[in-house]
Design a protein around this ligand. Structure first.
Ligand code: GLN
Length: 538
């Protein structure tokens, strides 16, 4: 197996994850089998307990691992299906080392950062390699910025790893920023030089430097970076700000032939240059769509770019599928409480209420669902958004006054959403929700079944603690709510819908984690289509 390690320099938020994912996509298009992995130097065991303000979205894998949102990029850009082995944090590394120490595995030795902690990091790379023997290239992205104290052990582990597996089997790629100084009208290379110097101080000479740049990268600057950073000029690659969509990133990186450089560096033999027609078609559809819809996403972390990342991406995928630009209006649910649904979302073609925790903005979301239901506006509720739709229906259609989820009102007379027995005694917050993929059965003849092309079983990823309360099932069904999917094992409600409505669907799971550029998720595709139908008759 060959290895690519992607580090970052100068600043964070450079698009390192996108660069890594794009390299994965390009290599896949050359017919190579790739797998991706992320190392996060923070001490949390996983991001599951972190606030979206700290971390953005938590991306959930099939096996229930709560991971960094870069794994979402990896799964959207490549065909690799990740597992919990593909995201390692310092928290996991130290946890493993301390457990081994307590078990006595170190046979009386003094346990040290080097070799014990670095060995633990390297063992994860080896484990992923061993578990995936058919993979040609394993791409590992290291979170944070070179020079950060908390990343040092990872960098040291990579240095040792390269020595052990042979330097010809490893390609180090360093992603940096070339700031553009407006007053001088110049692109500056000094921060890149210094960041590479730092990396070399730590024993790593990058093979390829990816320069994130607003302006283009001219020959002079390429030469300068090559000379000061000790790389060949052709290995200085520009990564320009993309004009329209992140799906342009692989196309941009291909301009400087990054895939070719990697293949040559790793001696991967003769692989055909990637055709990328599917990407080009997709990007064209995103950039030049025929139609347009406006969809409101009514949430709680709306001002954050990354909190609903996969949802926004899924809307783009579904939009491209229908040759439609999805204009996303980000709505703070509390604004609906203050100004009323009509004033805030009266003009949109579709309303999406995403997942969430805690009671801020809940009543605003309930008003959004009511407004969508009563005015025949397509509504798509995801996880919390499905629970919201259930509460709204119970209150306003079934007349169950003050119906609620026990998450928000412990003493509600009608707990239509509540905790399952096994969740009641849970005290630890980390990794204790209902997590990961599970099989559900679809009821034939429903909208959900139609959207999934008549499939009778589906597999979707979960991340929630509360559930539809089966005690209220009959009551809600008598009033017209249709339960179109239940989990195969426990019979838990997975999808609800209103048959008389153009599109009113709530999913207890997270469809956004399985949508891809040329393979939109069926529920998102159906939602965007319904919104488009509405936009066209308005
Ligand atoms: N807070 C809700 C629960 O825990 C919904 C979670 C979510 O939307 N991911 O069940």
């Amino acid at each position: 197996m060959k290895y690519i390690f992607v580090t970052g320099g100068v600043v964070s938020s450079l698009g390192k994850g996108l660069a890594a994912a794009s390299i994965g996509a390009l290599l896949e298009h050359r017919g190579l089998k790739t797998l991706m992995q992320k190392f996060d130097p923070y001490l949390n065991v996983d991001p599951g307990t972190m606030s979206p303000y700290q971390h953005g979205e938590v991306y959930v894998l099939d096996d229930g691992a709560e991971t960094d949102l870069d794994l979402g990029h990896y799964e959207r850009f490549t065909s690799g299906v990740m597992s919990r082995m593909n995201n390692m944090t310092s928290g996991q590394v130290f946890d493993a080392v301390i457990k081994k120490e307590r078990r006595g595995d170190y046979l009386g030795k003094t346990v040290q950062f080097i070799p014990h902690v670095t060995d633990e990091i390297k063992s994860r790379i080896h484990k992923v390699s061993e578990d995936n023997p058919s993979v040609d290239v394993l791409i590992t992205e290291i979170g944070g910025t070179v020079g950060d104290m908390e990343g040092l052990l990872f960098i040291e582990a990579l240095r040792q790893f390269a020595l052990e597996v042979g330097k010809d089997n490893v390609c180090f790629i360093h992603v940096t920023l070339l700031p553009y100084i407006k007053a001088a009208g110049e692109v500056k290379t000094k921060p890149t030089q210094q960041s590479v110097a730092k990396l070399r101080e730590l024993g790593i000479q990058p093979d390829i430097i990816i320069c994130r740049t607003e302006a283009d990268l001219d020959e002079d600057n390429r030469r300068k970076i090559a000379m000061f950073c000790n790389v060949e000029k052709k290995n200085v690659v520009a990564f320009r700000d993309v004009a329209h969509t992140i799906y342009e990133c692989p196309l941009d990186l291909r301009r400087d032939k990054i895939d070719r450089l990697v293949v040559d560096r790793l001696g991967l033999g003769h692989t055909p240059a990637p055709a990328l027609e599917d990407w080009e078609t997709f990007v064209r559809r995103v950039i030049h769509p025929k139609h347009k819809v406006t969809i409101a996403v009514a949430g709680k972390y709306i001002e954050l770019q990354d909190a609903y990342k996969s949802i926004y991406e899924s809307l783009i995928h579904a939009g491209a599928h229908h040759d439609t630009k999805v204009n996303i209006v980000r709505v703070e649910a509390e604004a609906i409480e203050d100004h009323g649904a009509k004033a805030v979302i009266g003009e949109v073609d579709g309303i999406l209420v995403p997942g969430g925790f805690g009671d801020r903005g809940i009543e605003g979301k309930i008003q959004a669902a009511q407004y969508a239901r009563e005015n025949n506006i397509p509504y798509f509720g995801i996880c919390l958004g499905m629970q919201i739709a259930t509460i709204e229906f119970a209150r306003n259609v079934c007349k169950l006054k003050n119906a609620n989820s026990t998450e928000f009102d412990k003493s509600t007379p009608f707990p239509v959403i509540c905790l399952q027995e096994e969740q009641k005694g849970v005290e630890d917050m980390g990794a204790t929700m209902r997590l990961g993929s599970c099989e559900s059965i679809l009821l034939a003849g429903t909208k959900a079944s139609d959207l999934y092309n008549g499939a009778d079983r589906i597999h979707e990823r979960h991340r929630h603690r509360y559930e539809f309360n089966s005690d209220f099932q009959d009551k809600l069904q008598e009033s017209g709510l249709v339960i179109s999917s239940v989990s195969a094992k426990e019979g838990l409600v997975e999808i609800i819908e209103l048959p008389q409505h153009p599109f009113f669907v709530g999913a207890q799971f997270h469809p956004e984690f399985q949508s891809k550029p040329n393979k939109p998720h069926p529920l998102f595709a159906g939602f965007v289509k319904a919104s488009l139908d509405r936009a066209q008759i308005q």
